[in-house]
Design a protein around this ligand. Structure first.
Ligand code: AMP
Ligand code: ZN
Length: 110
């Protein structure tokens, strides 16, 4: 989507510290990390947020979850991370392209 910063990162038009990439997914370090490990995992295809995924996107949804686990292992935080997505402005979503935050390396208050 035009003017979407994460679409631009996915297309290589904006720089990012990429830690994982497949044909459909990308993970890169958050520019303003809230934990020692803070990575954003996105589908390269534009969805505004989780609620835009349809039944046809089942495969992609599964790939995202499995990729999160793979990225965690790659970064050495398997079994000790938080995975979250902000769905909508009320939840604190600032970038309107579906992304999961993978956070690790500090104690989190539930
Ligand atoms: P959210 O509030 O869930 O929409 O989170 C958006 C996240 O994107 C924030 O943690 C930002 O620090 C991060 N962010 C924004 N722009 C960039 C960028 N160009 N590269 C990496 N992370 C970014
Ligand atoms: Zn986008």
């Amino acid at each position: 989507m035009d003017n979407c910063i994460f679409c631009k990162i996915a297309k290589g038009e904006l720089p990012a510290d990429i830690v994982y990439e497949t044909a459909d997914l990308l993970a890169f370090r958050d520019i303003n990390p809230q934990a020692p490990t803070h990575v954003l995992l996105i589908p390269k295809k534009h969805f505004k947020f989780l609620d835009e995924l349809q039944k046809d996107d089942k495969m992609l949804a599964g790939e995202l979850l499995l990729a999160a686990s793979e990225v965690a292992a790659k970064l050495g935080v398997a079994g000790g991370y938080k995975l979250l997505t902000n769905c909508g402005e009320e939840a604190g979503q600032v970038v309107p392209h579906l992304h999961f935050h993978l956070l690790a390396g500090k104690k989190f208050i539930p």
